[in-house]
Write a protein that binds this ligand. Sequence first.
Ligand code: C2O
Ligand code: CU
Length: 562
Amino acid sequence: MLLKYHCNILLILIVANSICVKASDIRRYSFVVREALYERLCERKWILTVNGKFPGPSLKVHAGETIVVDVLNRGNYNITLHWHGVKQPRNPWADGPAYITQCPIQPGKRFSEKIIFSKEEGTLWWHAHSDWSRATVHGLIMVYPRPGGSYPFPKPDAEVPIILGEWWKEDVMKVLEEFVASGGQPRDSDAYTINGQPGELYPCSAPRRFVMKVDPGKTYLLRIVNADMNEILFFGVARHHLTVVGTDGCYTEPLTRGYIAISPGQTMDCLLRSDQPPARYYMAACPYVNGAGISFDNTTATAILRYAGSSRHTPPEFPKLPSPNDTSAALNFTYSIKSLISKLHPIVVPQKINKRITTTVSVNVFPCEACAGPNGTRLAAAMNNISFSAPPVDILEAYYYQIPGIFSKKFPESPPLVFNYTADFIPLELEIPKKGTKVAMLRYNSNIEVVFQGTNQVGELDHPMHLHGFSFFVVGWGFGNFDPNKDPLSYNLVDPQKRNTVIVPRNGWTAIRFTADNPGVWFLHCHFERHLTWGMETVFIVRSGRGPAARVLPPPPDMPPC
Ligand code: C2O
Ligand code: CU
């Protein structure tokens, strides 16, 4: 009894102490969500922004720092913000996905969000996580080494944000409403953008294209994020190589290539040497989409890399990028990335697992009278045949306050229907999912493996799967159906890449591992916005462990009400 009493006092002291120390130097940022008038592709339109900017403001922090962002919603829609890739240890309250960890911030209302950085280092980003607002509400997060620390690569002479985006002439909320009402595909976007500008291959865009000015013989760190909605992109710079040194806020073994492939949700830190004859060179971003019968915006965004003193009269050279359906180009690049192993950045890959969750990720259909999906159906998407329905109260609050009837804890640990997922022909009966709000419960500190199994149900396609609250190791992948007896034998358990978003190959599978050491409610979903809208998502609830340090923090006092 006495001992317990003692410990409690000690703990209060430690907690109180750390709050005191930190409170004085916590940096605060103000994010005002509001409409702003922007002109692109010869047309003006109002878009939702943060602080009137598109792309939004960058956050610059050090590893291990905690900051507060005061969010004020002056827009006309409910909104939430997500700090993509920030693990927020024990603090799911400020993670952001609407109806998963919070109810949205209503117009006129505020929410102060505490963002806790821990081991992330490199580039992450923030974006809206309600409706389709993230199309224009997003920005970069640059996470520098701790004060006094350094990069595990030669210090670049300068760094340049590269934010890839997607633009519709129409209001994105209308795009969303339309395709949800019709049951079909969303209409294609009208342009891709580099730092908010489409570039001169689009009408009225040449004068405002993004220009990156360089001096010869220098090294530049490109902090790249794909903030677009629905496409994996190829990106490259004419005649220049890109050396990947980090992905999703983790350092990698340097990998030098002529182009990169980057999915929505992913970030990449790349070094570029200005070692070519002084001139102007195009940088370009174009889609990778390989799926039968899928319409997509097949255009190319460009920007200019301009050497000091180069002539404006010689036309710039264009980079050689793979063609839009080049699966092997995309996957070769993606799966060549390896974690950096160093004393300062050790990695601990779970060698033994406590639980494997195998889940299909599929595009599906619901029967419908006259919808715009294939043969009059309504398009849907699912994981393990459950098309996720958002609850009326967020899952985090329902879990924390034990509100019954909001969600079920029975997300299946393997596909409820076993069939040849990647067969050429799959009967219609197998294409219809069930609706549900089911989550998977994970034991604190258990080692989890998740196998994402792509299917050819309505159509095969790559899926960028994103997990909140963690970085995971990508231990294996392949085409066809995952074989639990054979495939784990070829896993990389030595230096697999660490990510928060991974491209699951079309008609194939990907296996990831992580230790469930972050108690809370964490969203898992496809980062293609239309698939998220259709239900390709679930939630992991990591139970609390023993002792206060293994428990979810108490909620902030200003959680937005439902
Ligand atoms: Cu980039 Cu659930 O988010
Ligand atoms: Cu998807």
